[in-house]
Design a protein around this ligand. Structure first.
Ligand code: CP
Length: 361
């Protein structure tokens, strides 16, 4: 694996994804075989935002591989609360740990941190932007159940606008297969148009619908999501959107017997408890798969950097300007003013911020 950091799932080649899948499947069969693979290695988990699954499964993964874990689960308990910036925090942690998993509320924070990290840095969620390790888990679970990532009918339901897991999953599936998608949401929480355009340009069929009942019988995979309360400006705006899509047993019984129901979790009220006991409910198995997938990812990323000189990417960017042009108010460039200006050309000839992928012009 040539990847230095994992910011976006799409940085992985098809061969690298296959390698992670195969290793995770083998770990799932016989976890004890891997119990000393990371002996002497340290994982740092830096969580600037709450988490149950991602943080604890990363920590469990490293412990199950025979390694150790350091980190914080609340920046208020670190020197971030005294004003330490992201660059300095990452530089310091690079002196202690062999590999870093970071979650941060600002979009583009993972790429920003990776620029200063001399250790492999894994994006454990950067605001509403990406969540590539959840994508690895989602793809692993779909492939284990359906034996393919192509030719499927996939429904995604709920907060498609703010759900970083939705964005990451669709970008990944778009490179790995051609599918039919039912995007089930209110108009306010619809998926961004540019992502829909990319799916259609790649030969996928996409339907934007507002009713789960009208399409549930067609689905091979139903990906339910939580309405992302923390991304709304006001409680009223959140309340207007919450409770609109609830998967209960009655609705589930309209689906095919082999439909699988995924959810990145946590759930609030969008799946009723009775659904948990249906064989189509795959979300707790998804969580278990997450452990094996993160074990595989840690092994692969450490192997890739074994013996390599530890340099940070900032050395390549020293001559770049530091003034930022991104207009996204939650982009990391809005607060970390020292970041090098990183942009890329979009297919329509425009320019986008490389940190958060927002169009600049
Ligand atoms: N799926 C997921 O990211 O869960 P946590 O927020 O609990 O980590």
């Amino acid at each position: 694996m040539s990847l230095r950091h994992l910011v976006d799932f799409n940085e992985l080649t098809k061969e690298e994804w296959d390698g992670i899948y195969t290793l995770a499947a083998d770990i799932k069969k016989d976890p004890a075989k891997y119990s000393e693979v990371c002996k002497g290695k340290i994982l740092a988990t830096l969580f600037y935002e709450p988490s149950t699954r991602t943080m604890l499964s990363f920590q469990t993964a490293m412990l199950r591989l025979g390694g150790n874990v350091i980190g914080f689960d609340n920046p208020a308990n670190s020197s971030v609360s005294k004003g330490e910036n992201l660059k300095d925090t990452i530089t310091i942690i690079s002196c202690y740990a062999d590999i870093i998993a970071m979650r941060h509320p600002q979009e583009g924070s993972a790429l920003a941190a990776s620029v200063f990290s001399t250790r492999p840095l894994i994006n454990a969620g950067d605001g509403g932007h990406f969540h590539p390790t959840q994508t690895l888990i989602d793809l692993f679970t779909i492939r284990q159940n359906k034996e393919t990532l192509s030719g499927l009918t996939v429904g995604l339901c709920g907060d498609l606008k703010n759900g970083r897991t939705v964005h990451s999953l669709l970008r990944a599936l778009n490179t790995l297969g051609k599918n039919t998608y039912y995007l089930i949401s209110t108009e306010e929480l619809a998926l961004q148009k540019h992502i829909i355009e990319q799916l259609r340009e790649n030969g996928n069929t996409v339907y934007e619908v507002t009713s789960l009942e009208d399409c549930i019988d067609k689905l091979d995979v139903l990906y339910m999501t939580r309405i992302q309360k923390e991304r709304f400006a006001t409680e009223e705006q959140y309340k207007e959107q919450s409770g609109r899509y609830i998967l209960d047993k009655e609705k589930l019984n309209m689906s095919k017997p082999d439909t699988i129901v995924l959810h990145p979790l946590p759930r609030v009220d969008e799946i009723t408890e009775e659904v948990d006991y249906d064989s189509r409910a795959m979300y707790f198995k998804q969580v278990q798969n997450g452990l094996y997938v993160r074990m595989a990812l840690i092994v692969k990323m450490l192997e890739a950097r074994e013996g390599e000189e530890t340099t940070a990417d900032i050395e390549k960017y020293m001559d770049l300007p530091r003034e930022q042009k991104c207009k996204n108010h939650v982009c990391i460039t809005k607060t970390e003013k020292y970041l090098p200006l990183l942009t890329y050309k979009t297919p329509d000839g425009g320019t986008a911020c490389m940190y958060c992928d927002t169009k600049i012009d």
